[in-house]
Design a protein around this ligand. Structure first.
Ligand code: ZN
Length: 94
């Protein structure tokens, strides 16, 4: 057995190579935890949009991009801050 206990491929030439491969994977973040770079980046962008909205007095239903965009669009349409002045449950009729 030349591989470390957590090795998935178990095909490394030596214990050292295995450790190295493991270290590289860790450095690139852990896909197993759902924290790959792309997702992290998207999450950051979503959060930035959310913060922008909140700064304008808007309170989206969630930090989810779709919720943020909906809240901003509704706010633009009505000229009022979604989540503060009204929300999805508020009747917009009349
Ligand atoms: Zn290995």
């Amino acid at each position: 057995m030349t591989c470390t206990s957590g090795c998935r491929t178990k095909n490394h030439e030596s214990y050292g190579d295995c450790l190295k491969a493991k270290a590289v994977r860790t450095y690139l973040a852990s896909p197993s935890k759902g924290l790959d770079g792309t997702r992290q980046k998207r999450w950051s962008a979503d959060l930035a949009a959310y913060r922008d909205a909140v700064r304008q007095g808007i309170q989206p239903d969630s930090t989810n991009r779709a919720s943020v965009e909906k809240a901003v669009r509704r706010s633009d349409e009505t000229g009022a801050a979604y989540g503060r002045d009204f929300n999805a449950a508020t009747s917009m009729e009349g």
